[in-house]
Design a protein around this ligand. Structure first.
Ligand SMILES: [Cu+2]
Length: 142
């Protein structure tokens, strides 16, 4: 008994750590960058969101200090014609998935820039998620 008890305690501690990682593991935003663009013009924002959680989340909005006209788009080719299609205002992020916004695919369109975006600058952005709440990050222009 005296030997089994510490062993059981250790197992309990290990499994507690693992379940915490599985349930509360995080939502990560990586590889975020913006295209340079002139004042009054349009830019695009790209990033990768990795949902390490065992629950789904939804990307609801991205606040940027240089425009309030921000839309989720996807570039697709249909019948040999390439065009941009709106993705709506709620982007689902299933559990244990990676959502990639990249050139030629999903992207964030930023219209009516109040300020030019110059390569080397960076902007602070706030991502809003239904479950994870707000995430702030600095995004480089390049
Ligand atoms: Cu677009």
């Amino acid at each position: 008994m005296s030997r089994i008890l510490p062993f059981l305690l250790l197992l309990t501690i290990i499994s507690a750590c693992q379940s915490r990682k599985g349930n509360n593991g995080d939502l990560a935003i990586t590889n975020a960058w913006l295209r340079p663009a002139p004042e009054g013009g349009m830019s695009t924002l790209y990033f990768t969101i990795t949902n390490n959680r065992s629950t789904a989340d939804t990307l609801l909005a991205i606040d940027l200090p240089i425009s309030s006209n921000v839309e989720f788009h996807e570039t697709r080719t249909q019948n040999g014609v390439s065009g941009m299609y709106p993705l709506g205002t709620r982007i689902p992020i299933p559990p244990h998935t990676r959502l990639v916004f990249k050139p030629g695919g999903k992207h964030v369109m930023i219209m009516g820039l109040q300020k030019a975006l110059v390569s080397g600058d960076s902007l602070s952005a706030t991502f809003h998620f239904a479950q994870a709440g707000k995430r702030m990050l600095k995004i480089p222009v390049r």
